[in-house]
Write a protein that binds this ligand. Structure first.
Ligand code: KIV
Ligand code: NA
Length: 274
């Protein structure tokens, strides 16, 4: 996958499939499944690190997860979320953080949230030679300032504000955008006016692609799922059953069985006994 091929997919109206991954095995699964793009999302804060929101996750934590995902990927584009507090202060801060994700973790691109000051940050990172994905609509890093985890663009005024951010990010040089939790009619109105790929999550069917959180789509995450989540598997229960079966086997001496044991030559075990 290349940035040019992404644009090509949009032009040909071939939907782009993106999924999050946060480590080596989840990246390998994304690779084997043949998705187009992988996002090391700061949703990792909640799905793999157990924080209550995406706000507390640190650059070092995200770098470790991104580097692990990189080692499991060859084909899809790897986009890494810059965490809250790691890019907003200045262009210098934003470029320095983005460079760490490319140099230390092997990201192909970074993603930042919101319009506003993030537009200039995006422009600075792109100018430094690093592709940037924008993210508008519901922006979890700043949920407190947009009325919480709620859809954005339900009123005409709000939809126009989302569009202004989207267009500004495109003008700043973003190669693609995420639309999160935006009413479909608002998305429908914006799509003809945007010439870069838009990847939706809870933004209806009109976007150029979709993204879902790995743990949500596989049914691993034990928490309240958003309206837009579709579960393609329910892996949490079989995972619990498997670990419980193992614990039961240990406690009842059914594991390990003879086939799990290492052997020793009879002569050697006789020498040992002697
Ligand atoms: O962190 C994340 O997983 C995201 C996607 C939901 C777009 O930003
Ligand atoms: Na994110």
């Amino acid at each position: 996958m290349t940035f040019a091929r992404l644009t090509d997919l949009k032009a040909k109206r071939q939907p782009i499939a993106m999924v999050t991954a946060y480590d080596y095995p989840s990246a390998q699964i994304a690779e084997a499944a043949g998705v187009d793009m992988v996002l090391v999302g700061d949703s990792a804060a909640m799905t793999v690190l157990g924080y209550d929101s995406t706000v507390p996750v640190t650059v070092d934590e995200m770098l470790m997860l991104t580097a692990a995902a990189r080692r499991g990927l060859r084909t899809p584009l790897l986009v890494a979320d810059l965490p809250f507090g790691s890019y907003e202060v200045s262009d210098v801060q934003a470029v320095a953080t983005a460079q760490r994700f490319v140099k230390e973790a092997g990201a192909d691109a970074v993603k930042i949230e919101r319009g506003g000051t993030s537009v200039e940050r995006a422009r600075a990172i792109v100018a430094a030679g690093i592709p940037v994905m924008g993210h508008v609509g519901l922006t979890p890093q700043t949920a407190a300032t947009i009325g919480g985890y709620r859809a954005q663009g339900r009123t005409a005024e709000e939809a126009v504000a989302v569009f202004r951010s989207a267009r500004a990010l495109r003008s700043a040089g973003c190669f693609a955008l995420v639309f999160e939790a935006i009413p479909s009619p608002a998305t429908d109105a914006m799509m003809p006016l945007l010439d870069i790929p838009v990847i939706g999550i809870g933004a209806g069917p009109a976007t150029d692609g979709q993204v879902l959180v790995f743990h949500d789509l596989l049914g691993i995450f034990d928490g309240r799922a958003a309206r837009f989540v579709k579960r393609y598997a329910e892996l949490r229960e079989p995972m619990i059953s498997a670990v419980a079966a193992y614990a039961e086997d240990v406690r009842t001496h059914r594991y390990p069985a003879p086939e799990h044991e290492y052997s020793m030559a009879v002569a050697e075990s006789q020498r040992l006994e002697a």
